[in-house]
Design a protein around this ligand. Structure first.
Ligand SMILES: Nc1ncnc2c1ncn2[C@@H]1O[C@H](COP(=O)(O)OP(=O)(O)OP(=O)(O)O)[C@@H](O)[C@H]1O
Ligand SMILES: [Mg+2]
Length: 282
C-alpha cells in the first residue's frame, strides 16, 4: 500500500511538472505572437505616412518638370505636414504604450479641475462637431469632486473618448458628455454617442493595441487604434476604471470613474520634471 501511494505521488508530481512546463511554453508562444503582431502593426502604421511623405516630397522636387500649379504645391505640402504630424503622434503613442507595459510610465500628479478639462475638451471639439453635423452637448456638474492626477494625461483620455465618439457617429447623430459625482464619492464621466456601436467582441478588439473594428477602411489619418488602450491604462494609473457599453448601430457609452482625491501610487508619482514634460498632451 505504501509503495502504491508513493508511486501515485510520483506520478502526480510528474504530471504537475509537465503541466507547468506545458503552460509556460504556451505562454511564451502567445507572448511572442502578440509581440510579432504588435511589431507588424507598428511597421505598417509607420510606413504608410512615411510613404506619403516620400511620394509627395518627390513630386514637389519635380515641380518644374511637372509644371505644378501653385495650388498643387500647397496641397502636396499640406499632405506632407499631415502625414508627418500623424507619424509623430503614432510614435508618441507607441512610446507611451511601451513605457506603460514596462511599468516605467510616470504621472505628473497634482490637483485636477476636472470640469475645466472637460469644458476645454468640449470647446475644442465644437468646430469639428459643427463641420460633421453632429450635436455635441455637455452636462458637466460645476462641483465635481477634486481628483488627484495628471491634468495632461486626463486631457488625453477625454480627448480620445470625445474624438472617438465624433469619429464613429454619422452626421445627424449626437454626442453627449455627462459628468457628476459617483456613488463612491468620486467623479463619473460618461461620453455617450448615437453612432456605429460595437458588439462585445468588437469592444475587446477596440481595447487591444492597434485594434480597430473596421480595419478595412483606409484611415490612417483617422487614427491607429492606440487611443483607447492608452486611455484605459491612464485611467487605471489614476486608480480609476474605464468601462464600455455599446450596442451595434445604437451607440456607445464610455464611463470613466475616478476616485475622489485619488492618490496616484508612489511609483507613478515620482515623475521627474524632465520626464513629465517629455510625454506632454496630445
Ligand atoms: N465611440 C465609438 N463607437 C464605435 N466604435 C468605436 C468607438 N470608440 C472606439 N471605437 C472602435 O475602437 C477602435 C479603437 O479605438 P482607438 O481610440 O483605440 O483607436 P482610433 O480612434 O482608431 O485611433 P487613435 O489611436 O487615434 O485613437 C476604433 O478604431 C473603432 O473601431
Ligand atoms: Mg481614438
Amino acid at each position: 500500500m505504501a509503495e502504491y501511494s508513493s508511486l501515485l505521488a510520483d506520478s502526480v508530481l510528474r504530471h504537475k511538472a509537465w503541466f507547468a512546463e506545458h503552460t509556460a511554453r504556451i505562454e511564451t508562444q502567445l507572448a511572442s505572437t502578440v509581440k510579432s503582431e504588435f511589431i507588424a502593426n507598428m511597421s505598417h502604421e509607420l510606413r504608410t505616412p512615411l510613404n506619403t511623405v516620400i511620394g509627395f516630397a518627390k513630386l514637389l522636387g519635380e515641380h518644374q518638370k511637372r509644371a505644378l500649379a501653385d495650388a498643387e504645391v500647397v496641397e502636396y505640402a499640406d499632405l506632407i505636414r499631415d502625414a508627418a504630424t500623424h507619424l509623430l503622434a503614432v510614435i508618441n503613442d507607441i512610446l507611451d504604450m511601451s513605457k506603460m507595459q514596462s511599468g516605467k510610465y510616470t504621472l505628473d500628479a497634482g490637483e485636477v479641475e476636472l470640469d475645466e478639462i472637460l469644458q476645454a475638451a468640449l470647446a475644442s471639439f465644437r468646430p469639428t462637431a459643427v463641420e460633421v453635423g453632429i450635436t455635441l452637448g455637455g452636462q458637466i456638474d460645476r462641483h465635481l469632486p477634486m481628483v488627484k492626477g495628471d491634468p495632461a494625461k486626463l486631457r488625453q483620455v477625454f480627448t480620445n473618448l470625445i474624438g472617438n465618439a465624433l469619429k464613429f457617429t454619422p452626421p445627424g447623430g449626437s454626442v453627449t458628455i455627462e459628468a457628476g459625482t459617483g456613488a463612491g464619492g468620486g467623479a463619473t464621466v460618461r461620453v455617450r454617442d448615437t453612432g456605429l456601436g460595437m458588439t462585445g467582441e468588437e469592444i475587446a478588439v477596440a481595447l487591444t493595441p492597434f485594434g480597430q473594428v473596421d480595419a478595412s477602411r483606409s484611415r490612417w489619418r483617422e487614427g491607429t487604434g492606440l487611443g483607447l488602450p492608452i486611455a484605459k491604462a491612464l485611467v487605471q494609473l489614476h486608480g480609476g476604471r474605464l468601462e464600455i457599453r455599446s450596442a451595434k448601430t445604437l451607440g456607445t457609452e464610455v464611463t470613466v470613474v475616478l476616485p475622489q482625491g485619488s492618490e496616484v501610487s508612489d511609483v507613478h508619482r515620482r515623475a521627474a520634471p524632465r520626464d513629465a514634460a517629455h510625454h506632454g498632451a496630445p
